[in-house]
Design a protein around this ligand. Structure first.
Ligand code: HEM
Length: 499
């Protein structure tokens, strides 16, 4: 019986084993010359990563420190035949981020393909270039951005109302609150429709997004889940597919309703301020995109736009609550702009919130929201003095680059002045990459900064946030985005607003 199982398993896995062996024979002579921790045969550095989801970042940080001490600008590790190189400074990062050839994302994103397909986030070659060209003007257009800020204000008002209903001085789960705000903000800006999840937290869409995040977290952190039959055997596939179906069905409903409204002449696709979906429908009507592509872009915008923003905001509120002196500085700046008024935040206010912006950026330096930016090499690649083999992967971990002591002295000290213009000018743009950098950087970075400044300015006008913990008590849990190891429960106290 056991013999039969082994025979079936080896026949089933034979193509994978042959592929991995051939790749390994090619890559081995390169790997031995690269600095980094030596792993076990096949398992590679698997045991070094074992533990909870905070373990990988601890291991990578330790290896980065060792490599830097020896004067190396990269380190390399292996995992089940995969070869992964981590650049440690802006110069090494620049070489890969500026490449217009090496744009293929790593394998760890495979889980997301059924939701986003070959949309902008995963497209390569000419398909990616076409998408990028079509998206770029939207995110650089001031009027369009102003339209999005209207939505942010609308949903931030709801957040303030909800916080006002909380018993003064009690503790709330700030992460959940920010997730719902971000989802409402991105759905209305992308789909022109809101599920109002802040007021309707049991809506099937938010339940599915939450469940999807749960499966994603298990898939990312448990390598056995990468083996298809284990995934099936544990029935995860069933739950995963259910939430995927719900999300797709709801997006399709919104999309079909919007297209019907366009046909009835109720929606102007050329309006100066318009949600992303109208731009997408216009591409479809011109014949540039298929219906499926249109649907995938709606999914990509929602995924790209909500999880990374809500997780960044969670770190921002953590940094505010643990550092009351900086919270006071942000509050004073915001009070200086808005006084006691309850007016909306405008595009001009965004430029006036200079300290708040520096504070948000320093938070993103210490706790970068996207843990890894991955590329799979289609050809041998020269990174400074290191030659990396074709088929291997580059893992840019912003956390490692952001804690390079040569660029950021005393890197664990929180100092918003690192983002004063004169200090930014002293370093390379590749030394700070929460939004990645180069031709494939984040298209939504201005959008995200506006969304974050809007909610911070609204909530700080009316409330202060506290915890007895210290900033660095939190460790980073690695998922598709970085999560707080301790959750984020903060005490909320109303401010006295003069009327
Ligand atoms: C704080 C919030 C955000 C962070 C930290 C962030 C970070 C990133 C990063 C690191 C990438 C590069 C990923 C890679 O190459 O593997 C990326 C790509 C992208 N982001 Fe964001 N993002 C944020 C918010 C947004 C928002 C709000 C939108 C849209 C409304 C958006 C749209 C995109 C798109 C479309 C891409 C793909 C660009 C391309 O491949 O050409 N992002 N983002």
């Amino acid at each position: 019986m056991i013999g039969a199982i082994l025979l079936v398993a080896s026949l089933y896995y034979a193509p994978w084993i042959i592929r991995t062996l051939r790749k390994w024979i090619y890559q081995y002579p390169y790997v031995v010359k690269l600095p980094g921790p030596k792993g076990l045969p096949l398992l590679g550095n698997m045991l070094d990563l074992a533990g909870d989801s905070t373990a990988p970042m601890k291991f990578w940080s330790k290896e980065a420190e060792k490599a830097r001490a020896k004067g190396d600008g990269v380190f390399c590790m292996t995992l089940f035949g995969r070869v992964m190189t981590f650049p440690l400074n802006g110069e090494a990062v620049k070489s890969i981020c500026e490449s217009t050839e090496e744009l293929t994302k790593g394998k760890d994103y495979d889980f997301l393909h059924p939701w986003m397909g070959k949309g902008i986030v995963f497209a390569i070659g000419q398909a990616w270039r076409d998408r990028r060209k079509s998206y770029t003007p939207i995110f650089h257009n001031r009027t369009m951005l102003e339209g999005y800020v209207d939505y942010f204000n609308k949903h931030a008002r709801v957040t303030v109302e909800i916080l006002g209903e909380v018993k003064p001085g009690s503790t709330i789960d700030i992460n959940m609150m920010l997730k719902r705000y971000s989802l409402d903000a991105i759905c209305e800006s992308s789909l022109g429709f809101t599920f109002n999840v802040q007021r309707n937290p049991e809506h099937p869409y938010i339940l599915s997004v939450d469940k999807f995040a749960y499966y994603l977290q298990r898939w990312t952190n448990e390598p056995q889940m990468w083996i298809t039959w284990i995934w099936y055997a544990l029935y995860h596939y069933t739950g995963y597919k259910d939430c995927l179906d719900t999300m797709n069905r709801l997006t399709q409903e919104v999309l079909d309703n919007r297209m019907a409204a366009v046909k009835r002449g109720e929606v102007d696709l050329d309006a100066e301020k318009r949600p992303l979906i109208d731009h997408f429908i216009a591409q479809y009507e011109k014949g540039d995109w298929t219906y499926e592509e249109l649907h995938l872009e709606c999914n990509s915008a929602i995924f790209g736009g909500h999880d990374s923003t809500s997780c960044t905001l969670t770190w921002v509120y953590w940094a505010l609550a643990t550092q009351p002196e900086f919270q006071q500085q942000c509050y004073e700046e915001i009070y200086g702009i808005f006084g006691d008024s309850d007016r909306d935040c405008t595009h001009d206010d965004m430029n006036a919130m200079k300290f708040t912006e520096r504070f948000i950026k320093e938070t993103m330096r210490i706790f970068p929201p996207v843990p890894l930016i991955e590329r799979e090499l289609g050809a041998d690649f020269q990174m400074g003095k290191y030659l990396l083999p074709k088929g291997s992967e580059i893992f840019i971990a912003p956390h490692l680059v952001h804690h390079n002591p040569e660029v950021y002295p005393d890197p664990f000290t929180f100092d918003p002045d690192r983002f004063l213009p004169e200090n930014i000018a002293k370093r390379s743009p590749y030394d700070f990459l929460p939004f990645s950098a180069g031709p494939r950087n984040c298209l939504g970075q201005k959008f995200a900064l506006h969304e974050m400044k809007t909610i911070v300015s609204w909530t700080l006008r009316y409330f202060s946030f506290h915890t007895d913990r210290k900033l660095l008590d939190q460790e980073m849990r690695i998922e598709v985005v970085t999560k707080t190891s301790l959750g984020c429960h903060l005490q909320v106290t109303p401010r006295k607003v003069k009327k």
